[in-house]
Design a binder for this molecule. Structure first.
Ligand SMILES: Cc1ncc(COP(=O)(O)O)c(C=O)c1O
Length: 319
């Protein structure tokens, strides 16, 4: 039901023993691979570069390479990947409807739908090369409970934001507890209601709203000092949110604190320091000076006006 669980199911089905993973990546995915016994080989990948530089795989049976469209801002690698054994997996979580995802030639693609759409769960796997996708087992009651509780948290938050007198703690507790619960989900099929929910979402309109929101932010922050808003390398791309890179970790932390005072809550993608894996310094540094702001289809340009003002003001006042 999560991308992590779909990933674990794929690793088990394909029997991959060694997986090449980019240095700047969602550590929960790396942990999930280690948990099912795969050896992780980290390759240097800089999301500030438009394309991944493919690492020198040994091309042995049991080997796989994961390439990520990080932040939904990247283009497919310019290098061809012609191997006898090593399978290519692409993670399209951050822009599942990109031209790249649609025209992919990879062995496998996967995505977490909840990062770009208002759904509580949903990890999807497909194979552009036409490999048979493993059938996940039916979800157990405890797993369904996590998905339903998360859905309840999302609904309560929505009606709170619309002005209903819901206690903030009601949805915060549910959302925090289910985030932990999601981490423990085993590979299982998403419930039918989750697929029905996805079918009802105007996914193209949600994607277009992200593009509009980001275009507005790009214009608003064009002359900002001491910060850089990343943009999509391919103009048709729809990044999954605003990725703002500061000059130092201290200024990112300072701006983060000021935004929180304004009740704007940036995310950190991803805190890479202190992980068991030995990661290259540039990736850890980039993570520590980057803030992520949501601007998906829940938000309109009018919401982003407040965010842009707060960001400019916070950057101005943070040395
Ligand atoms: C690129 C990427 N892939 C996969 C995941 C994991 O998704 P899920 O929470 O559905 O397991 C994340 C989560 O942050 C992500 O950013």
């Amino acid at each position: 039901m999560t991308a992590r669980a779909a990933w674990q199911a794929l690793i088990a089905a394909r029997g991959w023993q060694r997986i090449w993973v980019p240095s700047y990546f969602c550590h929960e995915m790396t942990d999930a691979a280690i948990e099912v016994g795969a050896e992780i080989i980290v390759y240097l990948d800089d999301p500030l570069e438009d394309r991944t530089r493919l690492p020198p795989v040994a091309d042995e049976p049991g080997e796989a390479l994961l390439v990520v469209n990080t932040f939904g801002r990247r283009r497919p690698s310019a290098q061809s990947f012609d191997t006898a054994h090593c399978e290519l997996i692409e993670d399209h979580t951050h822009d599942p409807l990109s031209d790249w995802a649609r025209a992919s030639q990879a062995d496998w693609c996967l995505a977490s739908l909840r990062k770009t759409l208002p759904v509580p769960v949903g990890g999807v796997t497909w194979s552009p090369k036409g490999h048979a996708v493993p059938d996940p087992p039916t979800a157990a009651a405890a797993e369904l409970q996590v998905a339903l509780s998360r859905l309840a948290g999302m609904v309560l938050k929505r009606i709170y934001l619309e002005g209903s007198p819901v206690q903030k703690s009601e949805f915060r507790t549910l959302l925090a507890a289910t985030e932990t619960g999601l981490a423990k989900l085993r590979p299982s099929a998403a419930p039918r209601w989750a697929s029905a929910l996805v079918d009802q979402i105007p996914v193209a309109a949600w994607r277009e709203q992200r593009r509009e929101n980001l275009a507005f932010l790009a214009e608003s922050l064009a002359r900002a000092k001491r910060l850089r808003l990343l943009s999509a390398a391919d103009p048709s791309g729809a990044m999954f949110g605003a990725v703002v890179v500061f000059e130092t970790p201290a200024s990112a932390a300072g701006v983060e604190a000021r935004l929180i005072e304004q009740r704007i809550y940036p995310a950190r993608l991803w805190p890479l320091d202190g992980l068991a894996l030995d990661l290259p310094k540039p990736s850890v540094e980039l993570a520590s000076k980057t803030l992520f702001l949501h601007c998906d289809g829940r938000y309109a340009v009018s919401d982003l006006e407040r965010v842009a003002r707060a960001l400019l003001d916070a950057a101005e006042r943070t040395a």
